[in-house]
Design a protein around this ligand. Structure first.
Ligand code: MLT
Length: 274
């Protein structure tokens, strides 16, 4: 799939833009890039306009100048990206994990642009003070050593045991993606995540169509926690993906794309064939 570039106020941004119809914005998790969405995009781009950026400091987008990039700043980058791409109609905002934190901020800051919210393997709570301290130490270590140590600590927690057995190449690709992540970008996002706001109090105010999706084996944002997010959002749909972990859309792209298309139909959001 062709990667495109454009300049928004904060930096030069890399993104995929494929298909026609309602725009569906895919926001990747940490410390990955747009490639985690490609298998889902392959299926979805027949039905909607799929847009998947590399966030500031990740993949092929420029790295940040500031030492911290907040979830709100990432969300504003994405609003600028949609402007630059001429997306004037409401879009579906879909984020995984850190991408979910950014999707929440996008909804909070740019509600009028949101046709639907898709929250995958993410959390609504902010970091505890202890978790924030661990992130600060992690950011320091990333700047000193690079991201190789993150692959060792994160990888075992990203995928379901079945995925490690059945798709060993996927685990290896992820290891490489994490090891090649830009240290400056990864450190800035780590500090940004430590500062993120608690979204739990505003969940009842989310009235747009919402899908909450989680891998049944996710140990980072477990199904019970995600189910409680869905229960706090009026009329949210909750889907659990069997034999998938924290990266459910990458581990089970066919099943997840079917769940996304079913969400579009239920929410009466237009697709290309309507
Ligand atoms: C992610 O997958 O984006 C991270 O696990 C999010 C986090 O560290 O909170």
């Amino acid at each position: 799939m062709e990667i495109n570039f454009l300049t928004i106020p904060s930096c030069r941004y890399a993104y995929i833009d494929q298909g026609e119809g309602t725009a569906w914005l895919f926001i990747h998790g940490f410390p990955l890039d747009h490639r985690m969405w490609l298998p889902v995009i392959h299926r979805m781009s027949k039905h909607v306009r799929t847009i998947a950026p590399d966030l500031r400091g990740f993949g092929q987008s420029e790295s940040p100048v500031a030492p911290v990039v907040t979830m709100a700043e990432f969300a504003d980058d994405l609003a600028h990206l949609l402007d630059a791409l001429g997306v004037r109609q409401r879009a579906v905002i879909c984020g995984l994990s850190m991408g979910g934190y950014i999707a929440f901020e996008f909804w909070r800051r740019h509600k009028e642009r949101v046709a639907g919210l898709v929250l995958c393997d993410t959390r609504a709570a902010s970091d505890t003070p202890e978790a924030a301290r661990v992130r600060e130490a992690t950011a320091q270590r990333i700047l000193k050593e690079g991201t190789n140590f993150l692959a060792d600590s994160m990888l075992p927690r990203l995928l379901a045991s079945q995925t490690f057995q059945q798709q060993p190449d996927l685990a290896e690709e992820l290891r490489q993606q994490i090891c090649r992540a830009n240290p400056q970008g990864a450190a800035a996002a780590t500090l940004g995540m430590a500062q993120r706001r608690d979204m739990q109090p505003v969940l009842p105010e989310i009235t747009c169509p919402t899908l909450v999706l989680v891998g049944a084996e996710d140990v980072i944002s477990p199904p019970a926690e995600m189910r409680s997010i869905a229960e706090a959002i009026p009329n949210a749909q909750f889907v659990e993906i069997a034999e998938a972990g924290h990266l459910a859309p990458l581990e089970k792209p066919g099943i997840v794309a079917d769940a996304f298309l079913d969400f579009l139909r239920r929410a009466a959001i237009r697709t290309k064939s309507d």
